[in-house]
Design a protein around this ligand. Sequence first.
Ligand code: AMP
Length: 405
Amino acid sequence: MTFTSFSFDPRIVASIKSCGYVSPTPIQCQAIPPILDGHDVMGLAQTGTGKTAAFALPILQRLLTSRTDSRGPRVLVLAPTRELAQQIDKDFRALSGRTGVRSGVVIGGVGMGPQIKALRSAQVIVACPGRLVALIRQGDADLRNIDTLVLDEADRMLDMGFMPDIKRVIARLPAKRQNLLFSATMPKDILALARRILVNPKTVQVDRTAPVASVNHVFYKTRNEGKKELLHELLSRSDYRSMLIFTRTKHKAKALSRQLVNSGYDSTFLQGNMSQNQRERALNGFRDGRFTIMVATDIAARGLDCDRITHVVNFDMPDTADTYTHRIGRTGRAGRTGNAISLVTLDDADQLRAIERVMNIRIEQETANGSESRDDARQSAKRPSDSRPARRRRRRSGRSRGAAA
Ligand code: AMP
């Protein structure tokens, strides 16, 4: 399939070219036609698959072909974090090119003035639910003309407790509208939300919960006290261009980054306690390559779009397999290859088993690679070609898995 099959307005075609997109990604092939036809769509896709353009392009096309005289926004995109909202807004701007369609962002942590203006003049609003509700309450957000609602990373929004705010926003929207819901995972609460909001939806999905295929997964068994030394060893022998390291706490992200700087690495950090300016400085520096390492917490790194990330390191393992999926989605983007390295302790055995199960990969121990003297045996993840028989074989042989392997 090529972009020409969608018969987009020539101005949109020109923007697609200037973004450097040659052919649509699988999620774009599947999602663009039903969205253009006006259907509600439920999209199961991880970040990194091209899902933003999968909804932005048909939305722009529909805005160009169904102009109205009414003022105020017609498209509302809800996203869980400021970074993701800014990224979506940036993508809309890049793809709208010379169409005259304007987009604006509504997020916390910055002044309300420009956002109130955007709510009066932009056709597309990309918002975090909390700030949008605040603006609705003070009478500055008129959403009566919204005809398209997008919930992006819906699973994250529910994880972050945004359900009540999402309901408050939806209560302000016209009942007749097109609804698009994108989520990397499909837990029960997302299914319930989809049932409540979507009308006869078309479901599109790429690689349901599997990791991005272009990512190589490696697991190192270690102890908490051995993690820093192991990280230094990995840094000295990996051929990384940009590395994103995840820690569990904000304090650790900052402290680890400072230690790396003291050891001579170009590192920065990203965590929820930073001001919007500090976040943007760190993010821009990481994106343009001034910092080759960024140490971040999950909340801060959500929505981070940086094509140059070659390595994602789980310094602390995530609590769930879904979070693992999100983290590793930061590398191997748009057809490039990436590396996911996890430092696992005995306490992480349950998470490893969940990752194996949910992502249909087999985590197995390999011989230690250059670190035989330590107890950080190297483990790698493979997709079993015949997963059920392989599982049976493993059960028969009684081999344990994950960190305990
Ligand atoms: P997303 O899943 O929306 O976060 O997109 C991941 C990355 O893929 C972004 O850097 C996009 O600019 C890029 N991208 C989106 N669509 C295409 C395409 N058709 N061809 C190449 N890159 C794309």
